[in-house]
Design a protein around this ligand. Structure first.
Ligand code: SF4
Ligand code: FES
Length: 249
C-alpha cells in the first residue's frame, strides 16, 4: 500500500505545531498502525530527519500507552487501541491524518505524545485500599456476589488510554474516573474508603481541568475496552451518596 500521511509535528510544549505531509510506500495490510509509523520513522532517520514521537509500550492492547487521533477518531476507525489497529482498515492511496489526543488536561509533550499524568493524579487521589497485612487471605474468606464481581471486572478493564477524553467534545474524564471508582466501590474490599475515594477522585478530576459531562456519549463510543456510559451514572450515584453522608456528619 502507498499512503499519504499528514502528521502533527510539534517540537515541544512551548512551540506551535503543524501538520507535515509524508509519503510511505510498501505498507502491508497486515502491519499494525504503529508498525506503519515505525516504517515512516526508519525512513526519516535514514534521511537524517527527526523521527515522529509517539507513545507505545505493550503493543498488545493492554497498557493504554498508544494514543493517536486517526482521521479525527480516537484510536482510528475500529473500536480498538491504536496498536491493535491494522492497515487492512485503510485502502491503498488513502490520505491519513494523525494527531495527538486533543484536550486541555493532556498537554502535548512532543509530536503525538501527550502528558497523561493527570490520570495518575486522579488514581492517586483515590488513596489506598485498606487491607490487613500478613499472609494472603484465603480466596473465599470474603464472599463477593457474582454480579458485583462481574461489575468490578468490567470496570477493571479500563487501561487508562484517555480515548474517552480525546473523543469528548468537553474533554471530560468522567468515563475514566467512573471506571476507577466503580471498580473498587462495588467490592467489599473497597468499602472502607468508599466515600472518600469517590469524593477525592472527582475533586482531583475537576482540579486537573477536565471538562464537564453533558452525556454526549462519545467517550463510551470511543472506549476500546467497552466501558459503558452508564458507569458515569454509577459514579454520580456514589458521589451523591458520599456527599450526603459527609453533609450529615
Ligand atoms: S474508560 Fe475506556 S477510553 Fe477511557 S481511559 Fe479507560 S479504557 Fe481508555
Ligand atoms: S501500546 Fe499498549 S495498548 Fe497500545
Amino acid at each position: 500500500m502507498k499512503l499519504t500521511l499528514r502528521v502533527w509535528r510539534q517540537r515541544n510544549a512551548d512551540t506551535e505545531g503543524a501538520m507535515s505531509t509524508y509519503e510511505v510506500d510498501g505498507i502491508s495490510a497486515d502491519m499494525s498502525f504503529l508498525e506503519m509509523l515505525d516504517t515512516l520513522n526508519e525512513e526519516l532517520i535514514l534521511k537524517g530527519d527527526d523521527p515522529v514521537a509517539f507513545d507505545h509500550d505493550c503493543r498488545e492492547g493492554i497498557c493504554g500507552a498508544c494514543s493517536l487521533v486517526i482521521n479525527g477518531d480516537a484510536h482510528g476507525p475500529e473500536r480498538t487501541t491504536t496498536c491493535q489497529l491494522h492497515m487492512r482498515s485503510f485502502a491503498d492511496g488513502d490520505t491519513i491524518d494523525v494527531e495527538p489526543w486533543r484536550a486541555a488536561a493532556f498537554p502535548v509533550v512532543k509530536d503525538l505524545v501527550v502528558d497523561r499524568s493527570a490520570f495518575d493524579r486522579i488514581i492517586q487521589a483515590g488513596g489506598y485500599v485498606t487491607a490487613p497485612t500478613g499472609a494472603a487471605p484465603e480466596a473465599h474468606a470474603t464472599p463477593v456476589p457474582k454480579p458485583d464481581a462481574d461489575f468490578a471486572f468490567e470496570h477493571a478493564e479500563c487501561i487508562g488510554c484517555g480515548a474517552c477524553v480525546a473523543a469528548c467534545p468537553n474533554g471530560a474524564a468522567m468515563l475514566f474516573t467512573s471506571a476507577k471508582v466503580n471498580h473498587l466501590n462495588v467490592l467489599p474490599q473497597g468499602a472502607p474508603e468508599r466515600e472518600t475515594r469517590v469524593l477525592d477522585m472527582v475533586a482531583q478530576m475537576d482540579e486537573e481541568g477536565f471538562g464537564g459531562c453533558t452525556l454526549a456519549g462519545e467517550c463510551a463510543t470511543a472506549c476500546p475496552k467497552g466501558i459503558p456510559l452508564v458507569s458515569i451514572t454509577g459514579m454520580n450515584k456514589e458521589w451523591l451518596r458520599a456527599a450526603r453522608g459527609v453533609a450529615k456528619r
